[in-house]
Design a protein around this ligand. Structure first.
Ligand code: NAD
Length: 241
C-alpha cells in the first residue's frame, strides 16, 4: 500500500527536501505550508498536493488533517518541519514578549497542534511515524536566541511524551537535530555571520538540506522501526565538541 506523508513547512528548505525524498521513496506527499505558491511548486515536483497551513492556527490545523484523511483515507508519515528563526539576536533583557510568543507559537505550539492532529489520523490508519525537526539548539543553548532555544528544547519533551503515549499503538515519534543547514533560514544571516557559524563546525561546512532529508526519511521509515522517543543529532560533530 502506498504510504501517505504530510510535511509541514514543506514549501522550503529541509521540509521541501524531505517532501522530494519521500516522493522518490514512493509516498503520496502532502505539502502543508503557509506559503501557498511555494507549496504548490514543491507539490508539482513531487506529484503531490499542496495545502495551506498555518501551524499556529488551532482550528486550521485540525481542518488540514481532516482534509488529508478525506483526500487520501490514511496518514502514515508526518514530518514537522515548519518553523521560524529569531528575527535578530537579542538577549532576554531586551527581548519583547511579542517576539517570544511568536516564535513559541510557531515552533512549539505549532508542533503540538500538528502532532495532536497527526496521532489522531494515524490511530485511524493503524499506526504511523512522526519526525519532528528539532535542532542542535534542542540540546545546547545559543546566546541571543532564547525563544528558539526554548521552543527546540520543548520539542524534545513533546517527542518523548508522545512517543510513550503511543508506543503500544503503532505510532513512533522521534526528533532529528540538524546543525545549521543551507536553507533560506540560514541565508538570512550576513556573510560574516555565516562564516562565523560555519567555522564552528568540525567538518568545516554546514549541512545541505538533502543530507538532512535522507536521514529524516530513514528515521521515518521502516529501517528505524524500533526507534521511538529518541533524539538523533545530524550536526557534523557540532555537539560532540
Ligand atoms: P525555511 O525557512 O527554508 O523553511 C521553513 C518553512 O516553514 C517555510 O516554507 C515556511 O513558509 C514554513 N512556515 C513558517 N512558519 C509557518 C507556519 N506558521 N505555518 C506553516 N508553515 C510555516 O527553513 P528550514 O531551514 O528549512 O527550517 C525547517 C526546520 O528546520 C525549522 O523547524 C527549523 O527550526 C529547523 N532547523 C533549521 C536549521 C537551519 O540552519 N536551517 C537548523 C536546525 C533546525
Amino acid at each position: 500500500m502506498r504510504r501517505v506523508a504530510v510535511v509541514t513547512g514543506g514549501a522550503s528548505g529541509i521540509g521541501a527536501a524531505c517532501a522530494r525524498r519521500l516522493a522518490v521513496e514512493g509516498c503520496a506527499v502532502v505539502i502543508a505550508d503557509r506559503d501557498e505558491s511555494a507549496a504548490a511548486r514543491v507539490a508539482g515536483e513531487c506529484g503531490g498536493d499542496a495545502v495551506l497551513l498555518d501551524v499556529a492556527d488551532r482550528a486550521g490545523v485540525a481542518g488540514v488533517f481532516e482534509e488529508v484523511l478525506r483526500l487520501y483515507g490514511r496518514l502514515d508519515v508526518a514530518i514537522n518541519s515548519a518553523g521560524v528563526g529569531v528575527p535578530e539576536r537579542r538577549s532576554i533583557d531586551g527581548l519583547d514578549f511579542e517576539t517570544w510568543r511568536r516564535v513559541l507559537s510557531i515552533n512549539l505550539d505549532g508542533v503540538f497542534l500538528c502532532m495532536s492532529a497527526e496521532v489522531s489520523a494515524m490511530l485511524d490508519s493503524g499506526g504511523g511515524s512522526i519526525v519532528n525537526i528539532a535542532s542542535v539548539m534542542s540540546v545546547v543553548g545559543a546566546a541571543g536566541a532564547a525563544p528558539y532555544v526554548a521552543a527546540k528544547h520543548g520539542i524534545m519533551g513533546l517527542t518523548k511524551a508522545a512517543a510513550l503515549e503511543f508506543a503500544d499503538r503503532g505510532i513512533r515519534v522521534n526528533a532529528v537535530g540538524p546543525g545549521h543547514v543551507e536553507t533560506p533560514m540560514f541565508s538570512k544571516w550576513s556573510p560574516a555571520e555565516q562564516a562565523e557559524i560555519t567555522s564552528q563546525y568540525p567538518m568545516g561546512r554546514i549541512a545541505r538540506a538533502d543530507e538532512v532529508a535522507s536521514f529524516v526519511c530513514m528515521i521515518a521509515g521502516d529501517s528505524a522501526r524500533f526507534a521511538t522517543g529518541a533524539y538523533f543529532p545530524l550536526d557534523g560533530g557540532y555537539t560532540a565538541q
